[in-house]
Design a protein around this ligand. Structure first.
Ligand code: PRX
Length: 584
């Protein structure tokens, strides 16, 4: 096939190391989700609770003393929690919520760094029957306000500096009843804002025993906001049932085994950080490393070495940044514990897959999924040959296809929309309070992903691009509308159009075109001011890296800004059909 430019990386026919999925084709042919359902623990009343499955179950099976979390703070602090301690802390938080009058179905959001308390809060919320919504700590006030407002969150758990960053929006949220502040630094305790509650004080009073609020497999569990082309981000809502797929994909796609030490570099503010930073690893009973700090090549290799990490799940931008610092660097560390490395979130270029072999003695295993799919759908497996640049093959039990606009399946080798036959266990259940937008994602029994792809004759899937204007920058999906809305709040800006500009490391960077209101002149100073303005409102990760001031933006006759044309111009491409362009 034309899409394969690099040589296949062969895996041993019968890996001596006994991976969890020994024979992909045979397993796929015989697969039945009921088998996976038998591998997890249902509650005595037939219910299912993700928190119980991830934590309490291991205590019930006699593994309470096993370390679940090895936490390292950004200043080198270290804390370890066993499964029993995780059970008790999450129970305490569930009791805190119950005492505050929080009820089943209420939304409990977190706006926190990667500290142990975010895990206690999320699991505690799930035990109390709430819908947990973790927000990315780098967000500025605008994205936080939009998400809390849309979800109608009743409780927010946050930390002092993050609380200060969003102080102005808290009074604008009538449905938000409680703000709980986690202050890890007891010595420098600042007084709480009036009405706020102190996490430490509440937890000290709370019992470590909690009678789980019964959840059925269909009850809502977690929600993550995700960006589309139009409108504000939508809350993709998941149910406890997703844990079945988290468990299975942890085992088959990440090759997790109970004796493993595992490190997922994603933040819980994004779906990878919950499905594969909470649910999959802990349902598989592993010991998980959680590092609060950000990217630093030397530090990352150090973590892999010092914690004897066996399985590592990271992202293409990080891998490309590691590549920049050279294959020599990891070779100065002892990475002999590392057995499996995987990647998600953006296309993983074949050079990066192969670089893994050179730098760490194994390829990176790319896999594909989305916020909406809730769990891994297409993957490269420990036992299967890798075609570098391909996302791999579908998880047994998952049936993707390439379809045209009408929902007809296309043959192998034809590019089209990547779709998946609905349902599967971790499929999202709705977009919060936007059922119509949810329904619009399904055609002819297919869930349409918004990605374009092609399948080769041997069943490998190859990513082509997005079919919409959503930008993927360093693995973060950015909706152009959200950025445009922030920019036009600046008094100088008349209109804004935002696109993704290709970038060798981050895949795309956010670029904004703006036109100015009368009385304002383009200047470097104004461009810098706009950049700072957007960063403060949104987040550095989401704000435009580049801003170009132009006299006017191309629009359709109905007044819609033509982002595709801005992009074509930026890339020096054929501008295509411009017949609906505004006449100047
Ligand atoms: O465009 C695809 C890209 O990231 C999108 C999903 O992003 P999000 O909902 O934030 O979920 C991130 C956690 C998986 C997809 O629609 N994407 C994800 N994985 C890959 C990918 N693009 C290419 N190759 C991948 N392996």
């Amino acid at each position: 096939m034309t899409m394969q430019r690099h040589e296949t990386i062969r895996k041993p026919a019968a890996p001596g190391d006994a991976p969890n999925l020994r024979d992909y084709d045979a397993t796929r042919a015989a697969f039945d989700w009921a088998d996976a359902e038998r591998e997890i623990d249902w509650l005595p009343d037939g219910g299912l609770n993700l928190a119980y499955e991830a934590i309490d179950r291991h205590v019930a099976h006699g593994n309470g003393a096993k370390p679940a979390m090895l936490w390292e703070g950004k200043n080198g602090e270290k804390e370890t929690y066993t499964y029993e301690e995780m059970r008790r802390e999450s129970n305490r938080f569930a009791n805190v919520l119950a005492a505050l009058g929080v009820r089943k179905g209420d939304r409990v959001f977190t706006f926190m760094e990667r500290v142990p308390e975010i895990y206690f809060a999320v699991f505690g919320a799930l035990k109390a029957g709430c819908v947990a919504g973790p927000l990315f700590s780098a967000f500025g006030p605008d994205p936080v306000k939009d998400r809390l407002e849309d979800s109608g969150a009743k409780v927010l758990v946050t930390q002092p500096e993050l609380r200060a960053k969003i102080a102005e929006v808290i009074p604008q949220l009538p449905e938000l009843e409680r703000v709980i502040v986690v202050n890890k630094n007891e010595r420098s305790k600042e007084p709480l804002a009036p009405g706020d509650l102190d996490y430490g004080a509440l937890m000290r009073e709370a019992s470590p025993d909690f009678a789980l609020i019964g959840a059925t497999r269909d009850d809502y569990s977690l929600m993550h906001y995700t960006s589309g082309t139009t409108g504000k981000p939508k809350g993709a809502v998941h149910r406890h049932n997703a844990v079945i797929q988290h468990y299975l994909t942890g085992k088959w796609c990440l090759d997790l085994r109970p004796s493993d030490v595992y490190w997922c570099t994603a933040d819980p503010g994004w779906v990878t950080g919950t499905s594969y930073g909470m649910s999959a690893p802990w349902t598989n009973g592993v010991t998980q490393v959680i590092y609060e700090g950000g990217f630093n090549a030397r530090k990352w290799w150090q973590i892999l070495q010092d914690y004897n990490v066996n399985v590592w799940y990271t992202a293409p931008t990080a891998i490309r940044m590691l590549m920049k610092s050279g294959a020599g660097l990891p070779q100065t560390f002892d990475l002999s514990s590392l057995r499996f490395a995987a990647s998600v979130g953006e296309p993983l270029n074949p050079e990066a897959v192969e670089w893994g072999v050179e730098a760490i003695g194994m390829p990176f295993h790319d896999n594909w999924w989305q916020t909406e799919t809730g769990g891994i759908m297409i993957a490269n497996y420990a036992s299967a040959d890798i075609r570098p640049g391909s996302m791999g093959k579908p998880l047994p039990g998952v049936h993707p296809g390439i379809i045209d606009a009408e929902g007809n399946e296309l043959p192998d080798g034809k590019e089209g929309n990547l779709a998946v036959r609905a349902p599967w266990p971790s499929m999202f259940q709705t977009y919060w309070r936007q059922q119509e937008r949810y329904d619009s994602r399904f055609v002819n029994g297919w869930y349409v992903t918004g990605d374009e792809a092609v399948r080769d004759a041997d069943g490998y899937y190859w990513f082509i691009g997005r079919s919409d204007d959503v930008i993927n920058t360093a693995g973060h999906l950015v909706g152009p509308f959200e950025v445009e809305s922030a920019l036009i709040e600046h008094p100088a800006v008349a209109e804004a159009g935002v696109i993704g500009k290709p970038d060798p490391i981050a895949m795309e960077v956010v670029k904004a075109f703006v036109s100015l209101k009368d009385g304002y002149e383009p200047s470097d100073a104004l461009r810098r001011e706009l950049t700072g303005f957007a960063r403060e409102k949104l987040a550095a990760a989401v704000a435009p890296r580049e801003i170009e001031i132009i006299p006017s933006l191309p629009k359709t006759r109905s007044g819609k800004i033509m982002r595709r044309l801005l992009k074509a111009r930026e890339l020096g491409l054929d501008e295509g059909d411009t017949s609906t362009l505004e006449e100047d």
